[in-house]
Design a protein around this ligand. Sequence first.
Ligand code: ASP
Ligand code: MG
Length: 401
Amino acid sequence: MKVFKFGGASVKESKAVRNVAEILGRYKSGELLVVISAMGKTTNSLENLVNAFYSGDTDINPIFAEIKAFHYNIISELIPDSKAPIHTDIEDLFLEMECMLERGVGKDDYDMIYDQIVSYGELISTRIVSDYLQSAGIRNKWVDARNFIITDSTYREGRVNWEETSRIIDRKLKPIAERSLVITQGFIGKDNFNNTTTLGREGSDYSAAIFAYCLKAESLTIWKDVAGVMNADPKRLADAVKLEQINYNQAIELAYYGASVIHPKTIQPLQSSDIPLYVSSFINPDEKGTVVNNDRSGGLPSCYIFKDEQSLISVSTRNFSFIAEDNLGDLFTLFSECRIRINVMQNSAISFSVCVDTDERKINMLKERLSEDFIVSVTTGCMLVTVYNSNDKDDLVPVIG
Ligand code: ASP
Ligand code: MG
């Protein structure tokens, strides 16, 4: 059994979906479980929809209309027969969303309503892909990932209940996956109250790794629009090179610092069962991509990682006293309570600076609490540049140049 993951870019238009079908057509039923993300930039649009709904001061209708039109257009190109059930199936899903918004479900809990609404991106995309595959003669079974990925109720960052998830996947999903090609969603799960949860932005890679681990898959392949894992984003550094092989630890480090090809949480479940991860190009599926495995014998060139949308938060004491262990303890507690992950930090005698992902809502909350005891400044619009495994003093040249 293999697990494949196709991200938003691989299903962003009808042509792309046809390409996915072409790749899947090469495999036999019972060999594959396929995890698919929301189409194109749908998750961003759904986020805008939730923000508009939550703030109450923006009309949600135009945003909603655009999301619908985008999907209806893809469906009409893939499955032109207007009597095909997919048309009403997708209408029903949109109607469910509308009813939820109408009833104001979770209106007082942003994270909760976010998960209930944003998760539709994946539900809709997988329905479309599954029905298209069916119409193209590729028999498959659509399954709802929420029946299998069980999390706690930390909305927008659900923590997986591994015991329950692996038990239910083994008992209920494995027999299905051994018989048919399974199409399911990334990013989403369910908590014990039957509410939908999500695993954090770009979490579909992680979903795929969870399925791979629980199904004891022989490998996981993440299909991307790049040739594999590169030592830099080729859009930023023209002479970026593909890495043929990296080990799990290197992959975790690269992902942690922001190499966006792999979600940071993806590696750990794979590493624990020694499941190789292939990062391959859906544009050139026959080309060898990158393999991430246990082999530690290979060297690694210097890697340059650019992480946008960063904020620099600097904290200093009001009375010029040192930032020392006792203050640091309080500071870390506050960061963790506001669920802000520190990407990099530096402390000097009287100040403590960290770089974090920009999230206005969370940062404002943190700033308010920090300001009770400290002087706080926040600089947005920063970029974090990491040189990993720097092995040449000339390495910095391309970054600065
Ligand atoms: N659709 C979700 C997102 O864009 C999850 C994913 O694509 O991995 O964040
Ligand atoms: Mg994505």
